[in-house]
Design a protein around this ligand. Sequence first.
Ligand SMILES: [Zn+2]
Length: 427
Amino acid sequence: MDNAALIDRLRAAVDANFAAQTNFLAAIVRHPSLRGHEAPLQDQLALEMAARGWQVDRFSLADVDLAGHPKASPMVDVDPAGSIQLVGTLEPPAPSGRSLILQGHIDVVPEGPAAMWTHPPYAAHIADGWLHGRGAHDMKSGVSAMFFALDALASAGLRPAGRIHIQTVTEEESTGNGALATLLRGYRADAALIPEPTGGTITRAHTGTLWFRLRVAGVPVHVAVAQTGGDAIMSAYQLIQASYSHTAAANRAAAAHPWYAGVDAPIKFNPGIIRGGDWASSTPAWCEVDCRIGLLPGQELATVQAAVEPAVAAAARADGFMANNPPELTWHGFLADGYVLEPGTEAEAVLARAHEAAFGEAMGARITTAVNDTRFYGLYFGIPGLCYGPRGEGAHAFDERTDLNHLKTTTLAIALFIADWCGVEEA
Ligand SMILES: [Zn+2]
């Protein structure tokens, strides 16, 4: 097929379907698919898949042997049996082209105080070409692009010549166990594309992430005799300061990294949640802090863990109370490696051609200081993991939003990528 004719055909189909795509995106943004509460949205997406004639496999994290895989992360706060994964399969009668996984996560992070949003976080408000809402950008826009890239092919009367698994997963924001579960369920392909919101760039490298929980004890007494008690909140504060110092030292060592040398302080530490104490007039008897720290591609998780633990322990030993009442440190979520998509894969070359045809300019590359799910495909299963998707703003922030015009062109780019990677035949 003539390439210019194919581009025209698919562009017309993406344009014709875009009102429906915008409605689809708004509908999925209206689901507050927070961790542990993703099942209603997965059920809706299962209906969307079935309506398109795809085979649907709905399963939970309890249905695969996560514990048997060395790269599963601990899940301490949610029930794996309630964490639903979805795989739709579209298979031609006689596959002749390359196969593909399209994967997007549908879990979103908490929206914070709704009063701080210009529009309510789950209203999917549209104005001036932007669709607003928690998850609109990270990454429900990309999920809509996966569905509507395939719809564009169908509307244009074309059928992919290779098998496609279209997957919506959970746990991307906390462990990555959703993506891993699809692989443990047996799904494989010649490439995987995850349309995270990268603004039309390919993700050359992402950092890894570790979560740890600090639990500190105190001694509750009436604040009138506070000097006889122990203050768990102020003890936790010392451990947070020690973790920042540890991170600063780790970043000095990162200056020699082949991909991250040019990134200022690529290892990020964040004390993200704090809980503690029981009464304003009692010294706090306990405090818990949920923390996140990054690591660079090529660093071993165990090595990083073996550096964080003594840094926390040293700070505790230096404190009169904590020396005798040592804090607990548990790894309670992400144990995620960093990943580099080495330049030169055929999959990336095909994607770059598709991007250029859709946008009329070359595809750039980015280095990110956050994690994504491509590591599972690229590092452990030998499947090139492409992270590329639409443009937006405000991931994990107030007033998160996606640029609808960019999303439309990205959907075309993904449709062209599918057509080139898998091949197409007249339906
Ligand atoms: Zn994301």
